[in-house]
Design a protein around this ligand. Structure first.
Ligand SMILES: [Zn+2]
Length: 187
């Protein structure tokens, strides 16, 4: 059970198995597990061959992934703020005032199939945490679920659209690119 108040985190995938240190190869299946320790969330990626020996050990979450060789870095063009870059920035800032926005961005990315939900955890203080995996990089995103009511959703969505449009040179209508998080939230 998690007993520390850390609401968000991103953990990157290892390039090699933490047990035998053998580098993962492209398309190799591996297992990931998440712990909470002195330094916050800790993630371990383990190859199939090593898994048997540690499978009985307790962990917060365990899931299976496929290793993909990282794509070459995108050219340093004028990237506008996207749901993904904004999510990363807000997690980095770690400001509780952005809890709803962070969650809505994660939901947006999940609906676009960029994030996949791997687990839902309930902390000792009752806070619900969703564990997502970013498909392209296998990174783990731990996101606090603020358990928004429908009435709150629209307000948060407007805030998110504003943040996506307000940050750069993008002239108009970010809503065209950022689909509504939940059409049913509109009256
Ligand atoms: Zn191994």
């Amino acid at each position: 059970m998690i007993n520390q108040k850390q609401d968000w985190d991103v953990r990157t995938r290892s390039e090699a198995c933490v047990k035998c240190t053998k580098p993962f190869s492209d398309q190799e299946e591996f297992l990931s597990r998440l712990f909470f320790g002195e330094e916050g969330y800790q993630r371990e990626d383990i190859c199939r061959a090593c898994w048997e020996a540690v499978s009985a050990e307790p962990a917060l979450s365990i899931w299976q992934s496929v290793f993909r060789l990282p794509p070459p870095p995108p050219p340093e063009t004028l990237r506008k703020e996207t749901a993904e870059s904004l999510l990363r920035k807000l997690i980095e800032e770690d400001n509780a005032a952005h809890a709803n926005t962070i969650y809505i961005l994660a939901v947006m990315l999940e609906r676009r199939r960029l994030l996949v939900e791997r687990d839902v955890l309930v902390r000792e203080d009752g806070v619900k945490l969703r564990v997502y995996e970013y498909r392209k990089t296998n990174e783990t995103f731990v996101i606090r679920d603020p358990e928004l009511k429908l009435a709150e959703l629209e307000h948060v969505q407007e805030e998110v659209v504003l943040m996506l449009g307000g940050g750069g040179e993008q002239p108009a209508s970010p809503a065209q690119e950022e689909p509504q998080v939940d059409a049913n939230a509109r009256e």
